[in-house]
Design a protein around this ligand. Structure first.
Ligand code: TNX
Length: 478
């Protein structure tokens, strides 16, 4: 990013400001108006241009589809991009140029200066993800939408929903209805759980799409599958359904790899999920299948990848899938804690692309310090600086930087029972990981980053977002 502040060239947002949108940019313009109206109380009408106010133009020339250029002078704000997605990301920067109180959901006193200057910006990676585990603790649709809004601020463009696990199946599959009604009826700790109807899921996908976020649904298999096995006795090798599970162990369940019914089940689930999902990816999990033999695992993964591909989807899987034979298009999500992994490196030599989520850096469910009341520590303690100080393109030895397709920040919810808990673990680290996904390594610098991060404190406060006030960060007071 090039950012040249211009002192004395602030733009004053007023009750008379209008938002002008090129054809095709109206959706982003409405989103921007929706972001600015609550705190300013201004009408901010959206209309066709040209005009003098805030203009969203699709005349950008940045080679990157999400690149944008932002020019703020005392007379106008002009945002240019080649795509609506680029404008959307530019809008996130525009927000940052306003006082923090703009994030408040209720009307605040002005004035509303937009800091003057010139910004040229584009992402390092095409895939910048956040993962939410709604299986261990269910989150209602409204909370998922809230999280979407929270991560959109940091230019995250994929939301990976971990929809199924031992403790719960969270999406209605019409051809196997008990998955949700029974398999979704509890959660870690034994609470009531819950599930999304297909209409709920479609609403989440649409809400995300309006924020240029692609939903990546995950159905985890062949392990992490107890909720399905409990729902349908016939999926079990011995024909007996295990009880529902509300604990936090991993690795004890497996689909029955030798049963043909297993593949009819996968086919039915994938068919419905693919039809509901406009994005290119289906995440098939594949992690920690310690109750499946290596030979069975490879056979199973090879077969289910083909099913997803036949439904027109690109397979994403946890990096364990390199133990099978990844399709040329299969993307592996690295979640290890080590900086070398021979099999993953070998897979990249054959063309496998990686999403980087090393647990020791990117897992938002790890504790910040030993006294963090929530979270786990199996992958280590992750203070904010630790989450920021690593290079996704160079983390794994023997992996060419070009094999890295992006980065993702997963949040597992064994210990996180509320939206507050999730926010406390996600922020500020999600912002650090988002910067790794967006900004080039050449500008990576903890000392300048921590100041910019500190400026987010008043924004989260105004927005009502819970966050951890790390002592490593110089928090701004307003
Ligand atoms: C490992 S990482 C898991 C999850 C747990 C997480 C807890 C991975 C692919 N699987 O099942 O929720 O650790 O940190």
């Amino acid at each position: 990013m090039t950012a040249q502040p211009a002192t004395g060239a602030d733009y004053a947002l007023t009750s008379g400001t209008r938002i002008y949108a090129d054809p095709g940019a109206e959706g982003v313009a409405q989103y921007l108006a929706g972001v600015l109206r609550p705190a300013t109380g201004y009408p901010l009408p959206v209309q066709a241009g040209p005009g003098t106010g805030i203009s969203l133009l699709l005349t950008g020339t940045d080679p990157n589809p999400e690149g944008y250029q932002l020019d703020v002078t005392s007379s106008k704000v002009v945002l240019r991009a080649r795509t609506a997605a680029g404008l959307f990301q530019g809008v996130q920067t525009l927000r940052q140029l306003l006082p923090a109180k703009v994030e408040s959901p209720t009307a605040q006193p002005g004035p509303w200066p937009v800091a003057g200057g010139h910004v040229v910006d584009r992402p390092r990676y095409a895939y910048r993800g956040a993962m939410l585990d709604v299986a261990r603790h269910f989150r209602p649709v409204a909370d998922v939408k809230r999280y979407i809004d929270e991560v959109a601020r940091y230019k995250i463009n994929h939301l990976h929903l971990h929809l199924t696990d031992d403790q719960g199946w969270r999406l209605v599959i019409n051809s196997w209805p008990r998955l949700a009604t029974y398999g979704g009826s509890t959660q870690v700790g034994g609470g009531p759980g819950g599930y999304y109807t297909q209409a709920d899921y479609t609403a989440i996908v649409a809400y995300a799409a309006a924020r240029h976020i692609t939903v990546v649904p995950e159905v985890d298999m062949p392990g992490h599958i107890n909720a399905a096995l409990a729902s349908y006795a016939e999926l079990n090798c011995d024909g007996k359904a295990p009880p529902l599970y509300t604990g936090v162990e991993v690795g004890f369940s497996s689909l029955c790899v030798d049963k043909e019914l297993t593949y009819r089940f996968v086919e039915d689930v994938v068919a419905e999920l693919a039809a509901l999902t406009p994005g290119p990816y289906l995440h098939l999990g594949g992690d920690e299948a310690t109750s499946t033999t290596p030979a069975d695992y490879a056979r199973f993964v090879n077969r289910v990848q083909a099913i997803a591909q036949a439904h027109g989807k690109t397979v994403l899987g946890w990096h364990d899938v390199v133990n099978a034979t990844p399709l040329p298009t299969t993307v592996a999500q690295y979640w290890g804690t080590e900086t070398s992994h021979a099999k993953v490196a070998a897979a990249t030599k054959k063309g496998t692309k990686l999403i980087m989520s090393p647990a020791s850096k990117a897992y938002l469910d790890m504790k910040y310090t030993s006294s963090t009341p929530l979270g786990q520590d199996w992958a280590g303690l992750i203070e904010v600086k630790t989450s920021y100080n690593w290079n996704p393109g160079a983390f794994l030895s023997g992996v060419d930087p070009s094999a890295v397709h992006g980065i993702e920040a997963p949040i597992w919810t064994e210990t996180l029972a509320s939206q507050r808990d999730i926010e406390y673990m996600a922020f500020p680290r999600l912002a650090a990981l988002a910067e790794l996904g967006w900004s080039p390594w050449s500008t990576h610098d903890w000392n300048t980053f921590k100041v910019r991060l500190g400026a987010q404190g008043p924004r989260w406060k105004a927005a009502g977002v819970t966050y951890y006030r790390s002592p490593q960060v110089p928090w701004a007071t307003s």
